[in-house]
Design a protein around this ligand. Structure first.
Ligand code: ADP
Ligand code: ZN
Length: 663
């Protein structure tokens, strides 16, 4: 009998290697083909990962069941999967799983799918014109278009309102006209109804969307269109990066500094960084846009790897809002209010002149901590190391890590005192109450991620504010992103210090970015904007940099400090998190790993120690932090190291390359 074709098939599960199969006579498999195989007595889909030209395997191989017609992953997708797995140390199969996540797991089975609504992907209307670009903008567009056939990252840098979006819309139009596909990554797709409306106005057609809220059938159709190389713009959250683009011509990462690009669960990766790799594989340009670029990106610009495109001023001469520090130490004695007299004054002026204001506090709920002032009892989550946050609207105490909640008690469970429970510190609900009390006639809206969950609710919120049905908005960072409200002229930051403490490597950078971004919501049109920052720490470098609008100086200082300590972007970090339901097993595994930790002058292994969040969803957690010099082969050292310790019970070990969370 003739030798049948042998292939290696990668399965979308937690495996690191493909499995060998043979192809039945009469069929012929190609690299990237999606196939149905029998694996551990179950039919499952997989991808042809390798064609075995010379197999040494002598036994009889199981045959694949079938090849799914018209579903061949492009070579670029396969290369990308391999690259991501090697870099992030995620199992190869788990990266494949992200690529296949739209392909519907029932694919290939005989089951009839319900008749579902067809997704239409009309061609955009290329006759629609955008605004005439300023010289800065036009130059940026030209520079990008000069590289459409090569890999080139760009930093598109300009304050909010400087016209970055108009620049990349023009570039998108050109690339689309070449018949190619464009990927636009946004931090949170649900937050971008304004972006979608702008896109529609500009292109006369909706882009394809990609996020967790889509129905299976829409996902499946979108996935197939991308695979078939249809000319299209896909806009999505980080997972859109794993779509099997057959014809990708451009990637845009808007708000590239946003930390929601880092996925910190299941499969750990940073979508911005991996997007750059994706562009490199396809030899196309990638545009990273931001008003407050990440230090990683700044260093890439400084070292000549990324081209810097700068838009110097707000479009049409709108001014950046004036920023005023409110030194809260002055008002510490003047009662229990969270809104200081100057901020209250500014709010009432806006109300009188019919303008709008935002009060910003990046904390959901009513109070972050409830305690009994008789016995000191604090409410904590039994499954996590965290305080329960009081939500007054639902009258519940909630854990913000695992979602556990209980109804708010009226007496202390420890000492039974009836009147002892006090709320410590403010959340947005508490600020809302204070605003309503101070300004009974004002129309006040509260905006937080737990009260706004659907796209429709988001749109409703945006139109309420835009139509001026609201005077004062009290909100969390949901509000900070990209919105454009013409009548918004005052931003009050309730607690500018929140986020500065905690010893997180990026705490300052992140606070700066967030506060800068929030400030950008004010004065976007003719009316001048104003920002009041309440702080107990007015001389802190972040606060000082914000108030003097000395972004460059701040970035320089931060970079100098990182360089001195050999922290990213000058050095490299990785974390290892060991978790399990039994503390002794976790501790034992951590210590076993510690005993055989790699030793090298370019490598420093810190830990193991119990994680700051030492209990999460009932799992005990220990951490290592590994610090290495820039050129040290960190991944291979870690991969080799962790392989040597067998894990018992349900102990789990994850590696987080370039960690952003240290909890
Ligand atoms: P960014 O993305 O940098 O925040 P946008 O692209 O959203 O800035 O531009 C801010 C506002 O200015 C938008 O309303 C936009 O339509 C307008 N705008 C930008 N560039 C131009 C231009 N060249 N002509 C007219 N309006 C412009
Ligand atoms: Zn919890």
């Amino acid at each position: 009998m003739e030798n049948s074709q042998k292939i290696q098939v990668l399965l979308p599960t937690a495996v690191d290697k493909p499995f060998s199969y043979s192809v039945p006579q009469g069929l012929s498999a190609e690299l990237g083909d999606i196939v149905i195989v029998n694996f551990r007595s179950r039919l499952t889909i997989g991808v042809v990962w390798k064609l075995e030209t010379e197999s040494t395997y002598q036994g009889t191989l199981k045959e694949i069941e079938s090849i799914v017609e018209g579903h061949r992953l492009p070579k670029e997708s396969l290369d990308f999967i391999g690259w991501v797995a090697r870099y992030t140390l995620n199992p190869l199969g788990m990266v494949l799983k992200m690529v296949l996540s739209g392909s519907s797991e029932k694919m290939g089975s005989e089951k009839k799918t319900r008749q579902s609504k067809l997704l239409v992907n009309n061609s955009p209307d290329f006759t629609l014109q955008g605004p005439k670009l300023s010289p800065d903008q036009a130059q940026a567009v030209n520079e990008i278009l000069q590289s459409t056939e090569t890999f080139q990252p760009f930093l598109l840098d300009g304050v909010t309102g400087s016209g970055k979006t108009e620049v990349y819309f023009d570039v998108i139009k050109e690339v689309l006209q070449q018949g190619k596909q464009v990927l636009v990554l946004l931090p949170e797709i649900a937050l971008s109804s304004q972006w979608l409306e702008r896109f529609y106005a500009r292109f006369g057609e909706q882009p394809l969307q990609w996020h967790s809220g889509l129905s299976k059938s829409v996902k499946k159709q979108t996935w197939k269109m991308i695979l078939d190389g249809k000319q299209a713009v896909v806009v999505g959250a980080r997972s859109a990066l794993f779509l099997p683009f057959a014809n990708l011509g451009l990637i845009i990462v808007d708000e590239e500094h946003d930390i929601s690009y880092k996925q910190d669960e299941q499969t750990y990766y940073h979508a911005r960084d991996m997007a750059v790799v994706r562009a490199q594989i396809s030899k196309i340009p990638i545009v990273l846009a931001s008003a407050t670029p990440s230090l990683e990106t700044v260093v890439n610009v400084n070292q000549g790897r990324y081209k810097h495109l700068q838009l110097k001023s707000r479009y049409g001469g709108a001014h950046l809002p004036a920023l005023q520090i409110v030194d809260m130490r002055q008002y510490a004695k003047s009662g229990k209010n969270w809104i200081s007299p100057p901020l209250r004054q500014a709010l009432s002026e806006r109300l009188e002149s019919g303008q709008q204001s935002i009060l910003f506090l990046n904390r959901r709920g009513y109070a972050p901590l409830t305690l009994c002032h008789h016995c000191g009892h604090r409410f904590i989550c039994l499954g996590c190391t965290s305080w329960l946050v009081h939500h007054k609207n639902s009258n519940k105490l909630q854990c913000h890590y695992c979602g556990y909640n209980q109804s708010a008690p009226t007496c202390c469970p420890a000492c039974q005192a009836e009147d002892g429970l006090i709320a410590c510190g403010p959340g947005v609900e508490r600020i809302y109450d204070e605003v309503v009390e101070c300004f009974p006639s004002a129309r006040v809206l509260m905006v937080a991620s737990d009260t706004l969950t659907t796209m429709t609710q988001m749109q409703e919120m945006v139109s309420q504010i835009t139509n001026h049905e609201v005077d004062i908005v009290v909100g969390t960072q949901v509000l900070a992103k990209g919105y454009h409200f013409p009548m918004m002229t005052l931003i009050g930051v309730i607690d500018a210090d929140l986020g500065l403490s905690g010893g997180d490597l990026r705490a300052c950078e992140r606070t700066y970015q967030l506060l800068h971004q929030v400030s950008g919501r004010a004065g976007r049109e003719q009316l001048p904007g104003k920002v009041l920052l309440q702080t107990y720490n007015p001389t802190h470098p972040v606060i000082a940099a914000l108030s003097s609008q000395a972004q460059e100086h701040f970035v320089e200082c931060e970079l100098a400090e990182r360089q001195q300590q050999m922290m990213p972007p000058y050095g490299r970090l990785a974390a290892i998190i060991i978790s399990g339901f039994k503390l002794d097993q976790v501790e034992k595994a951590a210590k076993a790993l510690s005993r055989i930790a790699p030793r090298h002058p370019d490598l420093l292994v810190l830990g193991p120690v119990p994680a700051p969040l030492s209990l999460l969803r009932g799992r005990y957690r220990w951490r290592f932090l590994i610090k290495a010099s820039k050129n040290f082969p960190l991944q291979s050292a870690i991969a080799h190291w962790v392989k040597q310790v067998p894990l018992v019970g349900n102990v789990k070990l994850v590696v987080d390359i370039d960690p952003y969370s240290f909890l």
